[in-house]
Every structure is written in structure tokens, then in C-alpha cells.
Design a protein around this ligand. Structure first.
Ligand code: FES
Ligand code: FES
Length: 186
């Protein structure tokens, strides 16, 4: 077989073409109803299978704290926690989040009180345009959950994927280390 030709019944990736029954079981392209657990609350939403978790949060559930900047997995502005692990929500389909716990920036403050990291970001002027800030905060919150007393290098590594074109990283390092230091002295 020459390059560019496709054998009958085999697709370009070498696997068997979908059978009729597989096609019958395929969902979409129309919207399908799903349930997502967002910040501990079960939400019902109708999404097209092509929709990302980030777009579902923002456009269907009106949780606009999660920001979409690059929309291709390069900047981590859209970071949320999926089963407690930071992920780029622009790279996850909403369907893949079914049955898993999603935590967004809206979960950080509680009972009207800012999370200590949010307060430290304010105190250290660690946000300028603010576009990267929710993603930064989610990555930093995960760091302090898993490593309450990080070193400077560990803070740097934890947010190495979170891009900030306003250059706030030095302020963020100070904010995170201050919160870690306060936790240590408690
Ligand atoms: S918006 Fe998701 S990684 Fe940039
Ligand atoms: S504060 Fe503007 S991109 Fe980070």
C-alpha cells in the first residue's frame, strides 16, 4: 500500500473502522445531559461532547472565576483541581469530569473570608491584570495542601507552568512563602 492510501475498513490510524453498533452508542454531536460535582455540589448541565470543562464552567455554570487565556494547554490560567490535582481545564472535556470532584477558584474563600493565599496576594500586590491569578491561586493552594512548608525552589516549581505576562512571579513567591511561614508558626 502506498502512502496516503487507506485500506477498506481500516482508518488512517490503523484501527478498524467503527462498527454500526459503536456508532449507535456514540454520543453527540448534540448536547447531552450530564452531572458534574463542582465545589462539592452536584450540578446538572447539558453540554455538547466537544465542550471543554473550562467552557462548561464559564458558559453553562457561570463560574467565570476560571479564566481561559490560550485555550490550548500552554498557560495554566484555567487551572482547576480535578480529584485534588491541578489540571488545565481547557484541555479536559466536560464529559471526562463526570464522576470526579472539580474544585474551582470559587471554592477558595469560605464563609465570606478570603483564603489566606488570596489575602497574601492582595497584601503583596501579586496580581496585575488578574488573568493568570485564579490559576496561580489554585496551583499555590494545591502546593500548600500537599506541602505546607515549601522551599522557594518548590514554590517556583509548583507554578512553573502558570504563565504571567505581567511579571508578578516575585510577588507571588513572597505571598506563598509568607502564608507557609504563618502556617509553620501556628
Ligand atoms: S487557557 Fe488553559 S492552559 Fe491556557
Ligand atoms: S497578572 Fe496579568 S497575566 Fe498575571
Amino acid at each position: 500500500m502506498t502512502a496516503g492510501t487507506v485500506m477498506a475498513g481500516v482508518n488512517a490510524f490503523g484501527s478498524e473502522a467503527s462498527s454500526a453498533s459503536e456508532k449507535d452508542n456514540a454520543i453527540g454531536p448534540e448536547a447531552v445531559p450530564i452531572q458534574l460535582t463542582i465545589n462539592g455540589v452536584l450540578k446538572e448541565v447539558s453540554v455538547e461532547p466537544r465542550e471543554t470543562l473550562a467552557d462548561t464552567l464559564r458558559d453553562h455554570l457561570h463560574l467565570t472565576g476560571t479564566k481561559v487565556a490560550c485555550n490550548r494547554g500552554s498557560c495554566s490560567s484555567c487551572t482547576v483541581l480535578l480529584d485534588g490535582v491541578p489540571v488545565n481545564s481547557c484541555m479536559i472535556s466536560a464529559l471526562d469530569a463526570v464522576g470526579r470532584d472539580v474544585s474551582t477558584i470559587e471554592s477558595l474563600a469560605s464563609n465570606g473570608e478570603l483564603h489566606p493565599l488570596q489575602q497574601a496576594f492582595i497584601d503583596h500586590d501579586a496580581s496585575q491584570c488578574g488573568f493568570c491569578t485564579p490559576g496561580m491561586l489554585m496551583s499555590c493552594a494545591h502546593l500548600l495542601q500537599t506541602n505546607p512548608h515549601p522551599t522557594f525552589e518548590e514554590v517556583k516549581r509548583a507554578i512553573s507552568g502558570n504563565l504571567c505576562r505581567c511579571g508578578t512571579h516575585p510577588h507571588i513567591f513572597k505571598a506563598v512563602l509568607e502564608v507557609a511561614d504563618k502556617q509553620k508558626r501556628k
